[in-house]
Design a protein around this ligand. Structure first.
Ligand code: TYM
Length: 337
């Protein structure tokens, strides 16, 4: 078998997966999975960087894994794993953290955004070191490409810098990965429907702004109908407001149409019709995912088995990388008893 480039990506099991996660990450993963050797991870340790409910995290982790498969990730083609099942993620994160300057982490805009809204006496330091764990996730598998949405670009740049620094200080060890953003042409930054200056987010913003992958069809339609546009009545492609531009972008991502086709289809069309057509496309994409999701979650044992096999396959590779990393760092190897 020809060696294919390695892809690694993941989602946090915090909040509910939404249309931004689907268009910015999941769909690109699915459409390109046959080109690569893939690891798709449910990053449960990252979900602990903001307050969490210990009684909810297991169910959320299974839910995200089931949504990966329901969206088209094939466990025979791609390795599906839960981050905490492979302890090497946390170990590598510690070692990389010791080589990552504080200043690099202080510049992370996601950290600044998330910590600004909270009292520093109450936020865990995991929120600060979060991007180092993300770097560990990626570097453990000697990853070539990381397909993510636009909001992860800065974290990917940091990951590259950490890999380069480690290789420079301790010897060539890690593949320096590349972000893969916007490969599908649209959907790498889906904005909130009720506040289109902000991205659609699992954890921030109101319910009205977020199309959840498990929302019923009538709620999806109602949210699109209430989406913020502007005081005009019909689409003017020369200067669409942020809200209208977002609806057009979502339509483009869902339909695969080009900018020209979108122009021909929507110039002068009333906002009501635009919203209905975007809702139709979103529902057509999401309903089959929901049907498959219900089947998968009715059989949690099979899902757990897939995740067990994924963790075992991933750990083989992770253990190999860690062996080399420990030796580069200079740690004393443990001898068998
Ligand atoms: P997370 O869980 O916030 O989001 C998962 C993926 O969805 C993309 N995404 C979006 N794309 C378009 N429009 C949006 N509104 C939108 N919101 C989210 C994200 O870019 C991401 O690709 N730090 C990561 C998780 C992570 C990770 C990793 C990713 C941990 N380790 C290693 C890649 C590789 C995060 O919080 O994603």
């Amino acid at each position: 078998m020809v060696d294919r480039p390695v892809v690694f990506s993941g989602m946090q099991p915090s909040g509910d997966l939404h249309l931004g996660n689907l268009l910015g990450a999941l769909r690109p993963w699915v459409l390109e999975q046959h080109l690569f050797h893939n690891y798709f991870c449910v990053v449960d340790l990252h979900a602990l960087t903001l307050p969490w409910d210990p009684k909810a995290i297991q169910a959320k982790t299974r839910e995200v894994a089931a949504l990966y498969i329901a969206s088209g990730i094939d466990p025979k083609t791609s390795t599906l794993l839960v981050q905490s099942h492979v302890p090497e993620h946390a170990e590598l994160s510690w070692l990389l953290g010791c080589l990552t300057p504080m200043g690099w982490l202080e510049r992370m805009t996601q950290f600044k955004d998330k910590s600004r809204r909270r009292d520093s006496e109450r936020i865990g330091s995991g929120l600060f070191t979060y991007p180092v764990l993300m770097a560990a996730d990626i570097l453990l598998y000697q990853t070539n490409f990381v397909p993510v949405g636009e909001d992860q670009r800065q974290h990917l740049e940091l990951t590259r810098n950490i890999a380069i620094r480690f290789n420079h200080l301790l010897g060539e060890t890690f593949t320096v990965p590349e972000a893969r953003i916007g490969q599908m042409g649209a959907g790498s930054k889906v904005m909130s429907l009720d506040d289109p200056e902000r991205k659609m987010s699992k954890t921030d913003g109101s319910d009205a702004g977020v199309i959840r992958l498990l929302d019923p069809a009538d709620r999806i339609r109602a949210k699109f109908r209430r989406a913020k546009t502007d005081t005009g009545q019909a689409v003017e492609l020369d200067h669409p407001s942020a809200g209208v531009a977002n609806l057009l972008e979502i339509y483009r991502a869902l339909s695969g149409c080009t900018q020209e086709e979108i122009g021909a289809q929507f110039e002068g069309v009333g906002y009501g019709r635009l919203k209905d057509q975007v809702a139709d496309r979103a529902i057509a994409a999401i309903e089959p995912i929901q049907a498959r999701f219900r089947e998968l979650t009715s059989d949690p044992a099979t899902l757990d088995q897939i995740l067990g096999q994924g963790a075992a396959a991933a750990q083989e590779v992770a253990a190999r990388t860690m062996q080399e990393v420990r030796s580069r760092v200079g740690l004393l190897p443990a001898q068998p008893a």
